[in-house]
Design a protein. Structure first.
Length: 72
């Protein structure tokens, strides 16, 4: 779904902004049982999805994007 959304946004000529919570890649993240049904859903594949996103799309920092916009 995220890849689809990024492609659609990019196709419209706009950059997509992505944010990843650092704890989503922490294998030692403590588990709170009351939140297991929501907060940890498919968390075991987060790193794999992150690597796929890095492979499928070009990412730049916000600063690099702003600098490039002022040049063009």
């Amino acid at each position: 779904f995220i890849g689809y959304a990024i492609r659609r946004i990019n196709k419209a000529g706009q950059p997509a902004v992505c944010y990843l919570h650092p704890w989503d890649l922490d294998p030692r993240k403590p588990v709170i049982e009351e939140l297991r049904w929501y907060h940890y859903y498919r968390l075991h594949v987060a790193e794999e999805k992150f690597h796929k996103m890095l492979h499928d799309f070009r990412f730049v920092s916000t600063m690099e994007f702003i600098e490039n916009e002022h040049r063009g």
